[in-house]
Write a new protein. Structure first.
Length: 148
């Protein structure tokens, strides 16, 4: 099913996904089919792809995606990702989902930890590295510079 939302990727998210794809490619080259299919990185890559291409675009404003406090304008997806978190923002006018942040193995979910993905994302938001405003010039650039 084709999404009504235009899907766009912040450079940070895009680079993380590119690294994940490289890891999967490397695993494909050295593991047999069964080991490859059971590898945690391969499973994570599949879940993330399914989330950002299929699940989130169905309804990016689902209550379980909502954040609070200084991050209330942003959303996060965590279902099936264990200690990983995918952060995004969206607009209904224009209909755009902008994927912003996906933590890596150095920033796994651990409540209260300095390297927790929520803390890392908050730091990046505070530095204005990310924006939730579709009118923001940076967001406009990411929309124009779309990479499939």
């Amino acid at each position: 099913m084709k999404s009504k939302y235009l899907l766009r990727y912040h450079d940070f998210y895009f680079q993380r996904i590119a690294r994940l794809k490289e890891q999967v490619k490397e695993l494909r080259g050295r593991l047999d089919d069964e080991e490859f299919g059971q590898h945690e990185i391969v499973k994570l890559a599949y879940r993330i792809r399914q989330a950002d291409q299929e699940i989130i675009p169905q309804d990016p404003n689902r209550p379980e995606y909502h954040l609070t406090g200084s991050l209330k304008k942003y959303r996060r997806y965590k279902q099936g990702l264990q200690r990983y978190r995918l952060f995004f923002c969206f607009s209904n006018r224009p209909e755009i989902i902008l994927y912003l942040y996906l933590n890596d193995e150095k920033h796994l979910r651990k409540a209260g930890d300095k390297s927790d993905p929520y803390e890392e994302f908050k730091r990046l938001v505070a530095k204005e590295y990310f924006s939730h405003n579709p009118a923001d010039p940076k967001v406009q650039k990411w929309i124009r510079d779309y990479r499939p």
